[in-house]
Design a protein around this ligand. Structure first.
Ligand SMILES: *Cc1c(COP(=O)(O)O)cnc(C)c1O
Length: 431
């Protein structure tokens, strides 16, 4: 047993990580925690299996039960997004985006996107997945005050450059994008509108954000572990029906982009957990999404009252799960470290005008996980006070951390998920 201690070391660190999060305020906007029923799927036999292809049309045998699972996952996904096409195979949001780029654009062709400084995700940036496809990225103009794509400028840009794709992918996503206008312009020049809903998938499914497929998006990708609190993974949905040859070919290309394009094994245990997360979101998603947004608005308002520079003031700070703070030129990293030492987990983030993504000037905050553990508007007001103590009054991080541990004691249970058979479930414990 020469190497057992190494395995024990890893277990110890995982337990430390559980304890750390148990006693902290998890406020990273893209993070969430898994329900007990979803988590159970991750340790089933499905984990070790392969299923290339689609239900009933497999390269490998042994898939008869998984076929039923994947079919159900697609059926629930279509219900959740009220659409006619769903692919639950992408193993991440980034993988879903790569599949779409593989399907709908060729190397060297132009696509219009947001800039990283204005909240785009790296997968549509020149250093990320888009660069693997070698496409020509052209940036939308941005309106800092409204924290949104400048509609008129973007429409003009689309008409001028005639891109293959108009992309909408935002990691800082305070307000809905002007999809109707962008889609109209895109369709006029024969481009598709791609809506990357990674962050806001759960808000859309909970009917509390915009409805991209109704507003003109041709295809929507997303991560299944952000505001939609399922397992790590991605998905693609569309409301194209495949009722003409051209449309059939569009959907066939999307499917081919996923497999064999960018997946082989697509993590069958995650597909099962996705299906359960969809069922839970159909049941609880509306109430969950509502509370997430209320909490973000309350947090933003309170932080503003305590003297923080909160973006989007003119429009009520936020209509999503996020809050964006300006901290001071290049000061984002220092602030996020100070918060971590105080027991608050966030991330530094670029704000409009930032040139250096490694030394950004802001902090991005999110309420999905705080909401999931039962916090409401009152708790957001208390959290704003912790921020003031840590960042403005510069109180001892050690003392704040102790107070936060105490504050968190009443919030250790998961909400908005099925608990049948899991009374008293402690999601911070290993199996
Ligand atoms: C998080 C994010 C992704 C990537 O998703 P992963 O599941 O982490 O690969 C893609 N696009 C946007 C806009 C994101 O915020």
């Amino acid at each position: 047993m020469k190497w057992y201690n190494e395995a024990e070391y890893i277990r110890k660190q995982a337990m430390n990580n559980n304890q750390f999060f148990k006693n902290s305020l998890p406020m990273i906007a893209s993070e969430n925690v898994l329900s007990p029923l979803c988590r159970e799927m991750l340790i089933t036999d499905l984990h070790g299996r392969y299923a290339e292809g689609t239900p009933g049309n497999r390269y490998y045998e042994g898939c008869k039960f998984f076929d039923l699972i994947e079919e159900k996952a697609m059926e629930l996904a279509k219900k959740l997004f009220n659409c006619s096409y769903a692919d639950v195979r992408p193993t991440a949001g980034t993988t879903a985006n790569m599949a779409i780029l593989k399907a709908l654009i060729k190397p060297g062709e132009p696509a219009v996107v947001l800039d990283l400084a204005n909240g785009a995700h790296i997968s549509f940036g020149k250093w990320g997945a888009a660069s693997v496809r070698g496409i020509d990225l052209i940036s939308y103009p941005f309106n800092d005050e409204e924290m949104n794509i400048d509609v008129d400028g973007a429409v003009k840009l689309i008409k001028k450059v005639k891109p293959k794709l108009a992309l909408n992918g935002r990691s800082v996503f305070l307000f809905p994008s002007p999809i109707k206008e962008l889609a109209e312009a895109a369709h006029e020049v024969g481009a598709y509108l791609v809506y990357d809903a990674a962050h806001v998938l759960g808000l859309i499914a909970g009917k509390q954000f915009q409805d991209p497929l109704r507003e003109g998006a041709d295809v929507m990708s997303g991560s299944t572990h952000k505001t939609l609190p399922g397992p790590q993974g991605g998905m693609i949905v569309s409301n194209h029906k495949g009722d003409t040859d051209h449309d059939k070919s569009f959907l066939r290309k999307l499917g081919f982009g996923v497999f064999p394009g960018v997946t082989s094994s697509y993590h069958l245990h995650h597909v099962a957990a996705k299906a359960i997360a969809f069922a839970e979101h159909l049941e609880f998603g509306e109430a969950y999404a509502k509370q997430i947004i209320k909490n973000a608005q309350s947090l933003a308002q309170s932080l503003h009252q305590h003297g923080f520079n909160v973006y989007g003031e003119k429009l009520g700070f936020t209509k999503s799960h996020q809050v964006l703070l300006g901290i001071g030129p290049g000061k984002g990293k220092e602030a996020s470290k100070l918060l971590e030492d105080s027991g608050i987990v966030t991330n530094m983030n670029t704000i409009p005008g930032d040139q250096d993504p490694l030394n950004p000037s802001g902090l991005r905050l999110g309420t999905p996980e705080l909401t999931r553990i039962g916090m409401k508007e009152n708790e957001m007001e208390e959290i704003a006070v912790f921020f003031e103590r840590a960042l403005l009054k510069k109180e001892s991080a050690k003392k704040i951390k102790e107070d936060i541990k105490e504050f968190r004691k009443d919030f250790q249970e998961l909400h908005y998920c099925f608990k049948e058979g899991f009374r008293g479930y402690d999601y911070h414990k290993l199996i």
